[in-house]
Every structure is written in C-alpha cells, then in structure tokens.
Write a protein that binds this ligand. Structure first.
Ligand SMILES: Cc1cc2nc3c(=O)[nH]c(=O)nc-3n(C[C@H](O)[C@H](O)[C@H](O)COP(=O)(O)OP(=O)(O)OC[C@H]3O[C@@H](n4cnc5c(N)ncnc54)[C@H](O)[C@@H]3O)c2cc1C
Length: 483
C-alpha cells in the first residue's frame, strides 16, 4: 500500500498534523519510534499556552504562537482536553526588569497579543497576594493559559485514528529516500511508502533530514529541570508567574497545572546527549531558589517528583517549518522549541498550507468527526453519575489509585481506547493513576496486573515505558525470591 502522507513523530505537532490530515480523503500513517505517543519533548515541559509577546516580531514563532493560543480553547473543547485560561505575569524586580517588561509589552502589541496590560505593585498583589513583596511591576497577558501537553497529543492522535489514521509505534525511521512517485521510509524491519512525508521528529528532525540527504539544519538539546508539588500548593498562585526572560529561555516559572498541582522550573542548560533527561541536585536547587524569589511561600517539602525535558534548539532563532530543499513532497517541522506547544494548532494548520503548495490534493471527508469522546473521569463526576456508571460497569467502583481516585474501569478504558495504553507510564499519562502523592507506591502492582490481563501477556512482560524497562523479574514463592 502507498500512503498519501506519512508523518514521522507522534509528539504534539505530529499528532495535530495527523488530525488535520484526517479531515480529508487521504491514507495517512504516523510513524513513532517509541512505544507510545508523546514520549519526546511533549512529555515534559511547562505546559503553558503562551500569550505570544516574547518571540521576535516577524518570525514564525511570533505568528504561530499568537494564532495557536487563539485556537487552543476550541481545540481542547473538541478533544475534551483540560485547558484553563489563567493568564500569565512577568514580574519586574528592579529598574532593568521594568524596562524589559515595557519592551515585552511593546513587542506583544506588534505581535498582535490581545488585552496585554502593565500592572503596578498594588494591582498585582491584589490579583496574586502570594507574590514577593519585592516585586515592582508586571506584564499581564490574560490570553495565556495552561494545558496538559501529553493529553493533547494523545487525544489528537486518538481522534485522528478514529478518523482512519494508522499509528505505527516502535517504528524508528532510519532511512528516507524517494523513488519516482513516492518516498520509502524505512525502519530496521519494515518499509512504508508514502507520496508526502512530514518530518516532525523533534530532537531528531535533523537526523531525518540527513537520512534524506540534507544537512541544512542542526538540532541541539537544551535541558530544563522541574519540581512538581502536591495539590495542597496548587492554589498558591492563579496565573503563571514568570521572571524576565533571557536568551536561554523564558526563565523559571511558578504555575498551577490543569490537574491542580504546582509546577516550578525549568532550568536551561545546553547539553550534548539527546536522551539525557536526568535531574541534578544543582539544577533543582536553582529551580527552588529562583521560584522562591517570585513566591516566597512555596513549601518545598511538598515536592512529589522531579523531572526534566529537552528543548529541540536550532541555530536559527525560529521554527524551521519548510519544504525540503532537495526532495519535493517532504516538509520539515523542526526546531520546535518553546512556544511550540502553544503554537502547535497553528503549526498543524500551516503544514496543510505547505502540503497544498507541494501539490497534495485535499478533498474534505464529510464523515470526519472533530469531537472525541473522552475517557470517564470518575473523580470529576457527581455521586449520582458515578452510581449510574457503577451500575452499568462495577469496575468503575473499584478504586486502584487512591491518591488520584482512579478506578479499574478507567484503566481498562485507557488500555482499549485509541491509542491504547500498553505500559505503566501509558496508563499513568491517560488516567493519572500513579501521579499522586505516593507516586504509584500503592497502585503499581494492581495496574501491572490489569495491564497483563487486558493485553493477554504475563505480568513479567509488562514494562514501565516499553523496550527493556521491565518491572518484574520473576515470581516469588513464599519466602523465596526468584532472580
Ligand atoms: C523544558 C521545556 C519547557 C517547555 N515549555 C513550553 C511551554 O510552556 N509552552 C510551549 O508552548 N512550549 C514549551 N516547550 C516546547 C514544547 O514542549 C515543544 O515545542 C513541543 O512539545 C514539540 O513537540 P514536537 O511534536 O515538535 O516534538 P516531540 O514531542 O519531541 O515529538 C517528536 C517525536 O518524534 C519521535 N521521533 C524522533 N525520531 C524519530 C525517528 N527516527 N523515527 C520515528 N519517530 C521519531 C520522538 O520519539 C517524538 O515522539 C517546552 C519545552 C521544554 C523542553
């Protein structure tokens, strides 16, 4: 079979591009090297939908950020992905910062950001009483919001699959060449043919380009470390709180998450290894001390986990979204560092324009379903609705993750609904089982048991996140451990 389009990479960009393609009569596949969707940069970032005042006017970053921010509420509504327009603040602590936020204000106006405002100290502390008393002024962007990035990617791919897109996981693209009419995209074991290819491979987009014989850009990883705090701290701030940005990024923020936790970070460190998402004592200390400067009341003893994400940085200070200079029909979506999540709906729309210019024929599919039925979230239901659901399916009454209140019914649904979870982390990202205060200490064995039963595999075959990340070594007889 020859696909019309193959999308390489199932991060938020690839996912939304695939969903857009599924609006048309096209055979589309998404090729992803990992065992699940959203395992690259989309897995670990600040999750902010930026207003769009930061990027240099005239760049794709500026244009697509503002457009993407405007598209996000409707998109999240259609896909039933949690989104909250909580606004963002950039704080000024001295005269230099004040100059900086005034310049950002002007830039925001040029970029077309709506309702930007400069707030004085009194207005600011009235709006956010837990900010440092040392703050002088702030730039307020009411259009900014927060979203769950991996839920957005999962929902977009799920919706694309429901509309006919094929997802091939564990397909690491190692070769890309063009015959007369179509591309051959190969992994170690398989070759897929497609008339058009979208390279949305994040940190590895330069390697895909290289495989196609191009060396026009280079992607370097820049690490950002974070700490996630318990929900007890989630109400400390309402908006997302930034300090002044620098060349290395938007700085360390303090923000509520859509799930009600408090997130602080990220650091910004150029590294060499595109797979190194470890956290460091030094990095986390920097996160803590900088976050405390903005919000002194943060209780660090309530940190429940730490993690790191890698930005995909290009030399050029802009997104690289363009047709290949060598192969007609290949589109690169590369260098998608922040604000790539915010811009992602607009990036996906822009890619459709580029594909049209490359000659693709787009005939609307009237059967396209924009709405995706969400998974059940029992914790958000009234007692009456819950009881009705339990009457139909008693497994919605068996709580597996006590911290987050996640039931067996929800886990089973996450395993069987497109794109189905096959790993412990896959269940965690879809349902939040294991994301609470105990970080899976209580529910992990039960989730492994459910995964094994539903997938028809042994418990020893269940992995944390695919590959060799096995969780169990073997069975224990009473009092005796098997190696
Ligand atoms: C620390 C940090 C903070 C950030 N904060 C924000 C923020 O608050 N707001 C914002 O708007 N943006 C933010 N970003 C940026 C945002 O996260 C990214 O722009 C976005 O997630 C990029 O998505 P993507 O789909 O391009 O890449 P990815 O999510 O990396 O997806 C690429 C996919 O391609 C796959 N792949 C790679 N190579 C191959 C191959 N050879 N074969 C098959 N598949 C392959 C990968 O496994 C991956 O799944 C942040 C990023 C970081 C790191």
């Amino acid at each position: 079979m020859i696909y019309d389009v193959a999308v390489i990479g199932a991060g938020v960009c690839g996912a939304l591009i695939a969903r857009n393609l599924s609006r048309f009569y096209l055979n589309v596949c998404v090729l992803e090297q990992e065992s699940d969707v959203a395992m690259g940069t989309t897995r670990a970032n600040s999750a902010i939908v930026h207003g769009g005042f930061d990027a240099k006017p005239g760049t794709l970053k500026a244009k697509l950020n503002v457009e993407g921010c405007g598209m996000m509420p409707e998109l999240c509504g259609e896909l039933h992905v949690p989104y909250r327009q909580n606004g963002s603040l950039v704080l000024a602590f001295d005269k230099e910062d004040v100059k900086h936020i005034h310049a950002l204000y002007e830039r925001g106006l040029v970029n077309g950001v709506k309702n930007l405002k400069l707030l004085n100290r009194e207005e600011l502390l009235k709006q956010e009483p837990n900010l440092s008393e040392k703050v002088l002024e702030a730039l307020y962007a009411p259009s900014a919001g927060i979203v769950c990035p991996y839920e957005l990617a999962l929902a977009a791919i799920g919706n694309a699959m429901d509309n006919g897109v094929h997802l091939k996981l564990c397909f690491k693209v190692t070769g890309l060449s063009k015959e007369k009419e179509y591309f051959c995209i190969s992994s170690e074991n398989e070759t897929v043919k497609a008339r058009y290819v979208v390279n949305a491979a994040g940190l590895f987009a330069d390697e895909i380009a290289k495989a196609a014989g191009e060396d026009g850009f280079f992607i370097a990883p820049r690490k950002g470390e974070y700490m996630l705090l318990d929900k007890a701290q989630g109400g400390l701030v309402n908006s997302t709180i930034f300090q002044c940005p620098s060349k290395m990024g938007k700085g360390i923020l303090v923000t509520p998450t859509v799930d009600g936790n408090l997130l602080i970070g990220p650091t910004s460190e150029n590294i060499l290894d595109k797979t190194d998402s470890s956290t460091t004592q030094q990095g986390l200390e920097k996160v803590a001390s900088t976050a405390l400067k903005s919000v002194p009341g943060i209780q660090l003893r309530t940190v429940i986990t730490s993690f790191a994400g890698l930005r995909a940085c290009a030399e050029k200070e802009d997104f690289i979204i363009e047709p290949s200079k060598k192969l007609k029909g290949l589109i690169h979506v590369a260098g998608i560092e922040s604000p790539g999540l915010s811009a992602s709906p607009a990036i996906a729309r822009y890619v459709m324009e580029l594909l049209k210019r490359e000659g693709i024929s787009l005939k609307a599919n009237p059967a396209f379903q924009a709405e995706r039925r969400p998974l059940h979230h029992c914790r958000q239901m009234s007692m009456e609705m819950r009881n009705q659901l339990i009457q139909k399916e008693p497994r919605f009454g068996r709580v597996i993750c006590r911290c987050e209140g996640i039931t067996e019914g929800e886990i089973i649904e996450a395993i069987h609904k497109n794109p189905g979870a096959t790993t412990l982390d896959g269940v965690k990202r879809r349902t939040r089982a294991g994301m609470g205060r105990c970080q899976g200490g209580f529910c992990t064995p039960s989730v492994i048991e459910i995964l094994a039963r539903e997938l028809g595999i042994s418990m020893e075959q269940v992995t944390k996140s695919g590959g060799g990340s096995r969780l169990l070594a073997g069975k224990c007889k009473a009092g005796e451990c098997v190696k």
